[in-house]
Design a protein around this ligand. Structure first.
Ligand SMILES: Cc1ncc(COP(=O)(O)O)c(C=O)c1O
Length: 442
């Protein structure tokens, strides 16, 4: 390893790490220095099986030459193109290609750089749409408990995670939340979509009655909530939300930052669950994690409503310096090509039964209180220790890493979401390591 890398990792104080217990981490750092295919390499030269596709993003596996080459070529060709009142061909090519892949009414694409930005963009477009139609009173958003929509002020406000909100006070005003759909009594150990719980969508009618439809701009949900521990939508739940939104003229936003690009065994959750949103956010798998990029898919009605007025007027006062960054576009186009050529979304669907059996084989392990799965995703929930919630989950994460498996931990749930190139033997290995670790924990 070059000296410069040693020097940089020896100064651990300067970098304030995101969503990390900084002082605990810096006592015993975990450093990744290489990645290829299904494996990371640590600074100690150890191989670690990537059980969570980085952070739900490296769907085609690490170090894909085609993506690396596309980025390299583009960096040499044109590093950056002015993004406002100017553009470059790749931004249009990527948007057209994405629009072809999105649910049929989502014909337009706005480009941003992170899931959080995509969420805030979608929320702002929803507000601008209603205002353009003379319904400027529709300013309220409905999110869901245990929803995660990134860390912008909008996304944090519509999100439903207490720890993400309480440090920061009041957030965006005029937000309410649906109940989450997680219920251990009714749904534990469901295979795929739980059968109980679609009636929870009816609480949207209660919120409409409380606030009046004329004040509500949009409902935003993840089709499957990933970050708070893999909460799979009950059968019929998303359909019911769609019905109620349509009935009251409320826009439905699907946050597909995790569920996009094959994770559930279809292009998007919208396709897997057969429910069409009006706006859809995407990020992560869009570039296979190689360059930050996100996007919002927008339906025709919304786009058309904003393309009114004199053509020289800017229709949406919103955008980012790096919207449609050339390197990100190059990476995304290469990633989409890999997904298609290697039929990775179908591969996910084909592996799903094997995956489902494998993860549910952990059912009788010590302290396992629930297992949830869909596509190539699983959540394994452990019984919290008395008076010390989340410590068993954290120990599981640390111990798995020591044994050569990287997974995600949220509270006492551990989540798995491997690259879609995973082989059956690697699924077996994942479950073997996790099972042994779970048994070894007090
Ligand atoms: C559903 C969802 N929305 C938004 C985000 C935020 O994305 P980012 O971290 O790129 O801002 C995430 C990140 O995990 C996510 O899972």
């Amino acid at each position: 390893m070059p000296d410069s890398i040693h020097r940089s990792i020896n100064n651990l104080q300067a970098y304030w790490m995101p969503f990390t217990a900084n002082r605990q981490f810096k006592e015993a750092p975990r450093m990744l220095v290489g990645a290829k295919g299904m494996y990371y390499t640590t600074d100690e030269g150890k191989k670690v099986l990537d059980g969570c596709a980085g952070m739900w993003c490296v769907n085609a596996g690490h170090g894909r030459e085609q993506i690396t080459e596309a980025i390299r070529f583009q960096a040499g060709q044109m590093d950056y193109a002015t993004a406002f009142q100017m553009s470059h061909p790749l931004a249009f090519e990527l948007s057209s290609r994405l629009a072809n892949q999105l649910p049929s009414t989502l014909d337009h694409v706005f480009l941003a750089n992170s899931g959080s930005e995509a969420v805030d963009t979608a929320l702002k477009i929803a507000l601008a749409y209603h205002r353009a139609r003379g319904e400027g009173n529709r300013t309220r958003f409905i999110g869901r408990e245990r929803g995660y929509h990134g860390v912008g002020f909008g996304g944090t406000a519509v999100g439903g995670i207490v720890n993400n909100r309480k440090q920061f006070g009041n957030m965006l005003g005029g937000v309410d939340h649906l109940p989450h759909t997680h219920n251990l009594e009714k749904n534990s150990f469901s295979h795929g979509q739980p059968l109980w719980g679609n009636e929870l969508a009816n609480s949207l009618e209660n919120l409409v009655a409380l606030h009046d439809a004329s004040t509500i701009a949009a409902v935003i949900v993840e089709p499957m909530a990933g970050s708070t521990g893999v909460l799979i939508p009950p059968v019929g739940y998303l359909d019911r939300l769609r019905e109620i939104c349509t009935k009251h003229g409320i826009l439905l936003i699907f946050d597909e930052v995790i569920t996009g690009f094959g994770r559930t065994g279809a292009s998007f959750g919208a396709e897997r669950f057969n429910v069409q949103p009006d706006l859809m956010t995407m990020a992560k798998g869009l570039t296979n994690g190689a360059v930050p990029m996100s996007a919002v898919g927008i339906n025709n009605l919304i786009y058309d409503a904003l393309m009114e007025g004199p053509p020289e007027i800017i229709e949406l006062f919103h955008g980012y310096t790096y919207s449609g960054h050339p390197l990100a576009c190059a990476a995304a186009l290469a990633a989409l090509e890999i997904y298609e050529n290697e039929r990775l979304f179908d591969r996910c669907a084909e592996l799903e039964p094997y995956w489902e059996d494998a993860v549910h084989s952990l059912r009788d392990r010590k302290n396992v209180i629930d297992i949830r799965n869909i596509g190539l995703v699983a959540g394994i929930e452990l019984l919290p220790r008395d008076g010390a919630p989340a410590t068993r989950g954290y120990d599981c994460f640390i111990q798995c890493f020591k044994e050569g498996l990287l997974l995600r931990q949220t509270g006492d749930t551990v989540a798995l979401a491997p690259p879609l190139i995973i082989e059956k033997e690697e699924i077996d290995r994942t479950v073997e390591i996790l099972g042994n670790v779970i048994n070894s924990l007090d």
